[in-house]
Design a protein around this ligand. Sequence first.
Ligand SMILES: [Zn+2]
Length: 467
Amino acid sequence: MNRVTALIIVLLLPLAANADWFDEIRDGDDKEALYRTLYYMPKGGDLHNHLSGAVFSEWWYELALAQRERGYEYYTKVRISNCRDFGGNAFTRAPYFLLFRNISALEYAQLDECEQGEYKRLADLDENEKAAWMNGIRLDKPWEGREEFFSTHWQRLNALTRNPWLQAETMVKNMQAYAAEGVAYVEYQMGASSYEGPNGETIDAPQAFDILREAMARKDVRDLGVTVRFQLAILRFLPNAEDQLRRVYKLVHENPDLLVGVNMVGREDNGKGHPAQFLPTLRELRQQYSGVRLSIHAGEVDEPNSHVRDTLLLGADRIGHGLNLISDDDTLLLMRDGPYLVEINLISNLLLEYVNDYSEHPFPEYLRTGIPVALSTDDRGMWESTMTDEFYVAATEFRLSWEEIKTLGRNSLEHAFISEENRERMLREYNERILRFERQMQRRGVAQLGPMPETRGFVCNRYGLCK
Ligand SMILES: [Zn+2]
C-alpha cells in the first residue's frame, strides 16, 4: 500500500464506520424509503439467473408477438375438447391436458383438426385468455408451488424457448431492467439444445450464440453498462445427461468470450441426476479442456444429504442454493472463509417451499459465519420479483447491515466467472460507485433518491409495497 492510498483510507474511515444512516432507514416506518435506497443502490452481479425463467409474463407476450416480423407464429391451447384417447396415460412429454401451452406453427400444422380447434393464435387471445396465459407462467396463487413450477411453467413456454431471436430479445429486456436497478453483471444460465427457425428448421447452438453476440453488440445494449456472460445448463436427470455434459463442456471451452461455465439443473428431490454420478465424465473432460468453470445447483432439497460436498468434489466453485449445507457439518466447516460461494435465492426458496418461513433459512448463518454468499434471483420472471426485492427480503427479514450489503455486492463480483481483468474492473467500479452512494446518503439522505419505482407481485403481496 502506498502512502496516498493509506491516507485516503484513513480519511474515509470515519465515514465507513458510520453506517447508522442505513440502520435508521431499515428500522424506520417508511418501507418505501428502504425500498428506494435498495433500488437506487449500486449492485454487483446476479450470478444465479435462468434466462428463460427471468422473463416477466407481459414481456414474453409482447416479445413473442413481435417475432411475427421474423415469420414466427405461436399458438396456445385455450380449451380441451377431449380429442385424444390415452388409455389412461395422459402425461406424456407434451402434456395434453395443459392449458396455455405454446406451440410453433409447425407443431400446430401437425395436429389433427380436432386438436387444432383447441388452440388459438397468441395474437388472437381475448383479455381473459391473455390474463390466464400470463398467470400460467408465474406463481401468483397461494397454493401454487414446486409442482406447478416444475411441471407446468416450462412445459407451457415450450416453443417460445426454442426461438434464438426471442431469446436474445428477452436478454435485452432483462438487461434494461437490471441497468435501471444498478446491477452491473449477470451470468445467465441457458440450455444448449438446438433452436428452430420460423418454419421449424434447425438452428444449432453456435448460431444461437452468434445471435446473442449480435444483440449484445448493439449500441443501445452496450450503453446499458451491464456486462453479461452465460453458463450452459444440462438437465441432470435425463438419461443422456453425461452426453449432454460432454457437449456443453466443449461448447463453453470453444466460446470463452460468451460462455464461462457449466451448470446442472432440475429437481433434486428424487435422487436422479445426483452429483457423484458426473464425476467420471468431468474427470474425462478435464483431461482435454481448459477454462470451463462449474457452478452447480446443489442442496436445493428438504432432506439432508452430502450433495453439496459431492458437488465441490465435482470441481464446482459455486453452489446454487446450498440450502441443506446447513445440515452437513464437515462441509460447512470446510466452506468457512473458503474460496467457494453459495448463490442464495431467498424468494425462490420461499415460493418453492424449501423453507416455510424465513426463520428457517440458513442464509444469515452462512453470511455471519464467514461462508461466501451472494444474493441472486433464480427464476424471477416466475416469482414476479427483482434483484432489489432480494435485498429487501434480506434487509428486513435478517436485519442486514450496510457493511453486509457491501460484502454481498463484492462477493457477487469476486466470484464471477468472467476474466480476471474484467472482474477487477467491475470490482473497482463497484467500490467507487458504492462509496459515492454511501456519501450521498450520509449527506442528504433518502430525499435525494429518485421516486419509488414500480414494484412487482412478490413484494406487493408479502410486504404491501404495491405501486
Ligand atoms: Zn436455479
